[in-house]
Ligand binder design. Sequence first.
Ligand code: SAH
Length: 398
Amino acid sequence: MTESIDLKVKPDFIGHYKNHYPLINKDAVMNPGALAEEGALVHLVDGQGNFLGKGYHGKQNKGLGWVLSFNEKEKIDAVFFKNKILTAINKRQSYYKDEHTTAFRLFNGEGDGIGGLTIDYFDGYYLLSWYSEGIYSFRDKVIRVLDELGDYKGIYEKKRFDTKGQYIDDDDFVKGERGEFPILIKENGMNYAVYLNDGAMVGIFLDQREVRKAIRDQYAKDKHVLNTFSYTGAFSVAASLGGAVKTTSVDLAKRSKSKTIEQFSVNGIDFEQQDIIVMDVFDYFKYAKRKELKFDLVVLDPPSFARSKKHTFSTAKNYPDLIKDTLAILEKNGIIVASTNNASFGMKKFKGFLDKGFKDMKVKYKILEEYSLPSDFQVDRNFNQGNYLKVVILQKIN
Ligand code: SAH
């Protein structure tokens, strides 16, 4: 039998675990000092030593680890990992069958029963992301499952945890074919260039798939589109393919320009007909206002926190300002696609920020549509923070 460490849960938190809350919160445990090595199996118990859940120790943000099972008899072994991954794959059958979409999230952490691990599928390649040293200790078991399934091109991984300042001198390659990057994936018939060997961000955020489709199919035709915080310009590509007159992509990162040119090019779009601007978005708003530029459709997709030389932006504090800046350059009946991935607030609060922006400017609007995570980003219904994506599409009235 594997040794496991008993973690005593504070009285206030016992109800959470009885309701199958999956995160082993720092504040929930009376004896965190009992924890030593990451990857160790732990049992959550109440004051009388009664079983509440079992999981592993792995430090991740506010967590000390994740509960993997609320069933005292269930073993956390190779079979456990295999069953979770096979169940996740079964849930994604519609994605496997869709010839127009060749990239999706195959395994979404606690949403699929194992917090701290995600697996993305990119046209035959698996990308594993490990969010703690603890989950990384189960690496061999996870890779063995993928090996047994066979039929893949290659496996890459990202270690998204602090490796004590040590530089990890590898290119994230695990096994199989290395492949030639970029590989081209398809998403609802659009092409995107993806790099699995070049840092944490691969070129596309798969969770915005449905929003890109909506922009292409419903909102872009004959429009002048401004895409702020544009990264590789994925929304601009969708807009252009949807018949936008012109797109303007703005991002601070120098690399965004060549990356955006590449995404247009792999879709046969002449990038010289588009504007790709390396600039602080907040400076761009001032510039556009001064030049009296106007846009019919503006995409706002800022990171939760951003610090540039001149500005600090936090979605929780500054989203209303972002709306105000946008309204100053929005055409009559213009549309805003407002997005945030900040997990610290929910949809209701987000809509409050948007409403405040409009009210402060005394502008009327209506909400056309709302989006959250697509179904491949499975969410644990007992863990709201996992349901982080919020997208609201609004139209200015007049
Ligand atoms: N909307 C993108 C993802 C955005 S990621 C997509 O759908 O693919 C966030 C981006 O914001 C990063 O590329 C980063 O370089 C950029 N960024 C952060 N702060 C910025 C600022 N002040 N002005 C412009 N871009 C900024």
